[in-house]
Ligand binder design. Structure first.
Ligand code: SF4
Ligand code: SF4
Length: 104
């Protein structure tokens, strides 16, 4: 379970580094983010949700039923959009209204 960071998209804001509860992400000498300890990532998705340019993707391996899909999130006002890119090129989208989330 791990993330991948597209260094070409990264703008060096440092949000992913700051939010990772495991201190797993660092910035290189060009202020591009990279994951230092990919094996230690437990997939909390915090860094993915924080990235303003959608440069981080979560790898959905076979162990999670993802069969190699990649997940990232996008924000549209109060909507948090979970975008799953499947290996064959198709995409699945799940919209979550954050005003309604985390209610019990
Ligand atoms: S998914 Fe969570 S644990 Fe993994 S690198 Fe991102 S913030 Fe850290
Ligand atoms: S949050 Fe995104 S843009 Fe900011 S440092 Fe991390 S990967 Fe780069």
């Amino acid at each position: 379970m791990s993330i991948e960071i597209d260094k070409k998209k990264c703008v060096g804001c440092g949000r992913c580094r700051d939010v990772c509860p495991g201190t797993l992400i660092a910035l290189d000498e060009e202020r591009r983010a990279y994951i230092k300890y990919p094996r230690d990532c437990w997939g909390c998705t915090s860094c993915i949700k924080e990235c303003p340019v959608y440069a981080i993707r979560f790898f959905l391996g076979a162990d999670m039923g993802g069969l190699g899909s990649r997940l990232h999130t996008e924000k549209d006002g109060d909507i948090l959009r979970w975008v799953i890119e499947k290996p064959g090129g198709s995409t699945a989208v799940i919209d979550v209204d954050t005003r309604e989330s985390n209610k019990y």
